[in-house]
Design a protein around this ligand. Structure first.
Ligand SMILES: Cc1cc2nc3c(=O)[nH]c(=O)nc-3n(C[C@H](O)[C@H](O)[C@H](O)COP(=O)(O)OP(=O)(O)OC[C@H]3O[C@@H](n4cnc5c(N)ncnc54)[C@H](O)[C@@H]3O)c2cc1C
Length: 438
């Protein structure tokens, strides 16, 4: 271990763990409030975007939603969708803009609370302490691949979506893509456009149209207050937080992802993959229902937009509704890998959280941190960047900044209280974290 003099043996009022958009956002907000802190990033700023997205990747959300604190998107295409390298540059420019106290290439390997209330952080570059800690390590840690992947024959190559880069990386032959969240759909399209024979196991993710009645659906939903709605306003907050994202793409200026159109164009669709035995794959009989449900969500969103337009008397062009362009004659339940010429499987099956390095009792039975707006029940410990931490945009560019400002206010108030307590009683500053939030 090479001890880092900026960390080893030091004490900081605040430690921010993670140098993605969340960590940088709270760093900017803390800087604005004059709160001394350090941001510890295991790799380089923007690591997730650099290393875990494919070559043709672009945002699904429009650029105008990129509004990091003090640094909203300033390019000339607010309605467009930044590609991977532009997103990385946006984050690098943010760093150049306010020069956060960033330590890159250092992982926090253990976080625990000492009896006197300060936090002890063990890192790959030495140990240090902090009064308050923001965990901004992202929502997507470990690629999640179902155990049945082990049953694939040896000659079949396998990738998780986070390891997929481009069609050229895959061996010649047909490809099975498992999963139709945003990644699965976009990777299936990427391969399909490259002329590869794609077999797609379709799950239950919903879809949304890209444009409707003259505007991006995201713009309509923004006007309708959808993105401002707080998690507290839902009766089923736990379920909302686990919801799968709607599939759509920002590629080439943005368009729908219509799996039926892909099928009409030669892609082979199946229901959920349920079993693998030797060369044989088995699928559920839910292809039709999954396609229908995805369409009905997309059409339901259009209904809501229509209602909004009518209620406000907005002058918007009319647009015919979607008519399914393809429907399965039968629901194929089995597929022979060799007969189909499949040489590769791309698992687009999501991620698992891994917070095992956090040794404080903040997690529920599913390993989800218990918090309100990111403040946990353990004084001085915060999370930032969780999906639906407070609203739809919490785990996205759209609202991570708002959540960061909220936490920075609380952290600053705690620190000020600590100073007062310390001046009056000589108590350690960590005492402050007892301040209730809300
Ligand atoms: C495929 C995909 C597409 C997406 N598309 C969009 C989109 O179109 N629009 C949108 O707004 N959002 C999108 N998101 C969601 C979100 O914007 C990203 O997940 C984003 O990377 C989250 O930023 P973050 O800062 O919260 O976390 P991350 O970007 O994951 O950053 C966390 C950082 O913490 C570091 N780290 C982790 N553990 C440690 C440790 N122990 N010690 C030190 N450092 C550590 C990591 O190296 C990483 O750099 C997408 C996500 C995915 C997966």
């Amino acid at each position: 271990m090479n001890a880092n003099p900026r960390l080893s043996g030091r004490h900081y009022p605040v430690a921010v763990i993670g140098g993605g958009q969340a960590g940088l956002s709270v760093s900017h907000a803390l800087r604005q409030r004059g709160v001394e802190h350090a941001v510890i990033e295991a790799h380089r700023v923007g690591h997730e975007w650099r290393e875990r997205r494919w070559d043709s990747f672009c945002l699904v959300t429009p650029n105008w939603q990129c509004r990091l604190p003090g640094f909203p998107y300033q390019g000339d295409d607010p309605d467009g969708f930044m590609v991977r390298d532009e997103i990385v540059r946006y984050l690098e420019d943010y760093v150049a803009f306010f020069q956060p106290p960033l330590v890159e290439g250092v992982s926090v390997t253990r976080l625990r609370r000492a009896p006197q209330g300060t936090y002890e952080l063990a890192t790959t570059a030495g140990d240090f302490t902090a009064d308050q800690v923001v965990v901004a390590t992202g929502p997507y840690h470990t690629p999640s691949v179902p155990a049945m992947a082990q049953r694939l024959p040896e000659g079949i190559e396998q990738f998780h979506s986070s390891g997929y880069r481009s069609p050229d990386q895959l061996p010649d032959g047909a490809v099975l893509v498992v999963g139709t969240g945003q990644s699965g759909c976009q990777i299936a399209e990427d391969l399909h456009l490259a002329g590869r024979q794609v077999h797609l196991a379709v799950g239950s993710a919903p879809r949304v149209a890209r444009f409707y009645r003259g505007r991006d659906c995201v713009a309509w939903l923004d006007d309708m207050g959808h993105y401002a709605k707080a998690i507290d306003e839902f009766d089923d907050a736990g379920a909302v937080r686990m919801r799968v994202n709607h599939y759509v793409t920002g590629r080439d200026g943005g368009r729908d992802i219509d799996l039926r159109a892909f099928a009409g164009d030669g892609m082979r669709l199946y229901g959920r993959l349920t079993a693998i035995s030797d060369e044989q794959l088995e699928f559920a009989d839910d292809l039709k229902v999954n396609l229908d449900r995805a369409d009905s969500v997309a059409e339901g969103i259009k209904d809501a937009i229509d209602a909004h337009i009518t209620a406000r008397g907005i002058d918007a062009p009319s647009e015919p509704r979607y008519v399914p362009v393809w429907a399965p004659d039968e629901q194929p339940r089995a597929l022979d890998l060799a007969e189909a010429g499949i040489t590769c499987v791309v698992w687009s099956t999501g991620f698992r959280r891994d917070h095992r390095w956090i040794e404080t009792p903040v997690f529920d039975g599913r390993g989800y941190p218990m918090h309100w707006r990111g403040a946990t029940n353990v004084p001085g410990l915060y999370f930032l960047g969780l999906p639906w931490q407070y609203s739809w945009g919490s785990g996205r560019f759209e609202a991570v900044g708002r959540d960061a400002e909220f936490l920075a206010d609380h952290i600053d108030a705690s620190r000020r209280l600590a100073d007062v307590c310390g001046a009056l009683t000589g108590a350690p500053s960590a005492l402050a974290a007892a301040l209730p939030i809300g």
